[in-house]
Design a protein around this ligand. Structure first.
Ligand SMILES: Cc1ncc(COP(=O)(O)O)c(C=O)c1O
Length: 394
């Protein structure tokens, strides 16, 4: 990988060490240029007129996302964030009373709350698949649940927001397919970080966001729905983009995945997302994944040698999200201390509110989270470790 070029495309790295890529990564220059150009076009032409001029470029966004995850453009919906994309899939499922939804202990609260709502409203049951000895979904436990329960859906994140394992998604997908059960994947922290191929995984639906490892703008995300499922899945919300009026009494829902979209959107951000996907593909997802794992491995090694620090990541395969606690200082103190360094260091605090089950399971209320991207360097990691070494006692 050309790290110098990656960093030249990311001007903020001159004054900032950004280890909050799982929150929102730094956008590369081409993404910023694409969005700025479009806002200027809107200012000079008018919003609708500017969108009209970019029609082909807007269409390409679907193709780019398709290439990123090995899907067809008509299987992609561009939606304002991963949560709404996920909601559009989940709430559209015809879940019946007694249907079981299986998830992982690493589930994001934003997804777990809808399970509980559907439990209350429709009488579905939510079951958390037990973990194996490494802390990731136990495949034998999943197999047993599939045999013994009336499972309608498996739904879980590839990578949790608070570190933890990269789930064995291809094996989970194979079990789901064999059992004839739908598989909804939250790839929010995975797209742009690691190779994601919906056919290899065997998931039926996948939701993701733009601003994290993809390095796109905020307020953008997307949903993949397998073509054969798409036409049988009636969106929970419809508008005049998702459907069209035929007569005063009838309407027709679009055939493609855009039935899950709504009409108005941030066009500059949509173009920015397309550009971010093209940028990531040009770098190569596989080399970026290798580099992110290498950097995260180095950071974990350095943290393990620091007095008072406990690494908190679990799983036999870990990601670029590195989590730890300090025996003396709280995660908020660590975040503030690092942000106050001469060269600001951005890490964040993951609390039990985002991943209640996992945190409860591990007896944690909060962890410090340093999430690395390919544009980060060993030198930046050394700087953070030196700063942590000088952490004041409180
Ligand atoms: C695992 C996971 N799923 C879903 C989301 C929600 O994404 P968005 O904020 O784009 O809706 C996040 C955000 O942090 C996440 O980490």
């Amino acid at each position: 990988m050309n790290i110098e070029q990656l960093r030249a495309d990311t001007p903020a790295v001159a004054q900032l060490i950004h280890f909050n890529n799982a929150g929102a990564a730094l956008m590369p220059a081409p993404v910023i240029e694409t969005m700025t150009r479009h806002i200027q076009l809107e200012a000079s032409l008018g919003g609708y007129e500017a969108a009209g001029q970019c029609a082909a470029e807007l269409e390409n966004v679907y193709g780019a996302i398709g290439r990123l995850i090995n899907a067809q453009p008509d299987e992609i919906a561009v939606i304002e964030n991963a949560t709404r994309a996920w909601d559009m899939a989940f709430y559209s499922l015809p879940l019946q009373p007694g249907d079981v939804v299986l998830t992982s202990s690493t589930e994001y609260a934003g997804n777990y709350i809808p399970y509980l709502q559907m439990q209350q409203q429709r009488g579905i049951k939510v079951r958390v698949i037990a973990n194996d000895e490494h802390g990731q979904v136990s495949l034998p436990a999943l197999k047993t649940l599939l045999e013994e329960e009336r499972v309608a859906l498996i739904s879980l994140p590839v990578i949790a927001t608070n570190g933890g394992p990269v789930q064995p998604i291809e094996q989970i997908g194979a079990l789901a397919r064999a059992a004839g059960v739908l598989f909804l994947l939250d790839a929010c922290q995975a797209v742009g970080q690691m190779p994601i191929d919906v056919h290899k995984i065997g998931c039926h639906m996948l939701a993701a966001t733009s601003r994290k490892y993809l390095r796109g703008p905020r307020g953008m995300g997307f949903l993949y729905v397998e073509r054969s499922l798409c036409q049988n899945l009636e969106p929970v919300f419809l508008d005049l983009h998702a459907a069209s009026l035929q007569t005063s009494n009838t309407y027709m829902i679009r055939a493609d995945a855009r039935r899950f979209e709504n009409w108005e959107c941030n066009v500059a951000a949509k173009l920015g997302l397309g550009c971010a996907v093209e940028y990531a593909l040009a770098q190569g997802i596989e080399p970026m994944w290798l580099r992110i794992q290498h950097l995260a491995g180095y950071l974990r090694q350095c943290l393990a040698d620091l007095a008072g620090v406990t690494l908190r990541d679990t799983g036999s395969l870990t990601s670029g999200i590195v989590t730890f606690t300090h025996q003396r200082n709280s995660a908020t103190q660590i975040q503030q201390w690092l942000a106050a360094q001469d060269k600001r260091i951005n890490v964040t605090t993951s609390t039990f509110r985002s991943t209640l089950l996992d945190m409860q399971h591990r007896g944690l209320r909060e962890v410090s989270r340093a999430s690395l991207h390919a544009y980060n360097t060993e030198t930046e990691i050394d700087t953070m470790i030196a700063a942590l070494d000088g952490l004041p006692s409180v």
